[in-house]
Design a protein around this ligand. Structure first.
Ligand SMILES: [Ca+2]
Ligand SMILES: [Ca+2]
Length: 313
């Protein structure tokens, strides 16, 4: 082969080929190091520019609902005169309600409800305003105000609740903030209970259970709707309390939660309150329990008490 041909074919000796591969490996190593160094440099500079938050990804908190920080009312309690013959005398009144709201996205509405003790009657419901129109003094400061007229009946005597909720423009609703509004009947009379009906002795069966029915009649000068509770308290011979149970004037409409059976009441809303107590076969025999009865009205007045022993055989 001529010198020309050898040059054209670029014949490379073996030791030169090893040298080339080593050179390529060293070059590749430095290129990778250069890339890593550039990356590290970017991270350091970016962290410095962004307050060291890069490259961590943070998940933003979900938008919080509005927050009610305080309720103020122009009165906490109201004395009224109420009787069955004059149930709403001097009881139409106006109360100022103010709610303090915190929210970052804007408030759509602030609702109020005034609910009677036990939640059976809504005395008033509506919205509070932050429009700068009297009684709201300043618009847009997130203090919501309104005058609310309430019409009081015998059902609203007692501890009513003013409940406030706010909704923001995102549709998120605050938790309910409540404040008591106590309506006191200054001419109230305590209830009376009478005509207690219950067995002297009960025989516990060898298996299953036996039902013991007890009832008591209640009266109140302000009417039966003034009664909020009639209770039976069971005591051991040493005077310690076993439990206090509610009694019912429901005409045995459905099971009562106390024992999961109907109350045994004969007629609904006649002022005779009843409770049926199931005694299982495991009940302790040859002892007695003392049952004590009383009633409470909407003004918190407690009746006389009646008590009677029941022997368990
Ligand atoms: Ca009463
Ligand atoms: Ca009844």
């Amino acid at each position: 082969m001529s010198a020309y041909s050898a040059k054209r074919l670029r014949i490379i000796p073996p030791h030169a080929e090893k040298f080339n591969r080593a050179a390529e490996a060293v070059l590749g190593f430095f290129m990778r190091m250069k890339t890593l160094a550039e990356l590290a440099f970017c991270v350091i500079v970016s962290s410095w520019l962004t307050g060291c938050d890069f490259p961590t990804k943070t998940i933003p908190d979900p938008m919080p609902p509005p927050f009610l920080s305080k309720i103020e009312t122009s009165l906490d309690s109201l004395k009224i005169i109420s009787s069955p013959n004059n149930p709403t005398a001097a009881t139409d009144t106006t109360i100022g309600i103010t709610a303090y709201v915190k929210d970052s996205s804007g408030i759509r509405s602030v609702h109020y409800s005034i609910i009677s003790e036990g939640g059976n009657t809504i005395l008033a419901t509506g919205v509070l305003s932050d429009n700068g129109i009297s009684p709201d003094p300043v618009t847009g400061e997130k203090i919501y105000t309104s005058f609310v007229s309430i019409h009081v009946t015998t059902e609203s005597i007692g501890t009513n609740l003013i409940q406030i909720q706010a909704e923001n423009l995102s549709g998120l609703v605050s938790s309910t903030l409540s404040k008591a509004l106590v309506l006191v009947n200054v001419t109230n009379h305590a209830p009376q209970i009478f005509n207690l009906v219950m067995p002297d002795t009960v025989f516990v069966p060898a298996s299953g259970s036996v039902n013991v029915k007890v009832s008591v009649a209640v009266a109140d000068s302000e009417g039966l709707s003034d009664i909020t509770s009639v209770t039976l308290t069971s005591q051991r011979p040493d005077g310690s309390t076993v439990a206090t149970y509610p009694m019912f004037d429901d005409g045995s409409a459905g099971n009562q939660p106390v024992f999961g059976i109907p109350s045994g009441d004969a007629v609904a809303d006649d002022g005779v309150y009843t409770l049926t107590i199931p005694l299982p076969s495991t009940t302790q025999r040859n002892t007695y329990r003392t049952f004590i009865f009383s009633a409470t009205d909407r003004s918190g007045a407690v009746s006389n008490t009646l008590s009677k022993k029941i022997y368990i055989e």
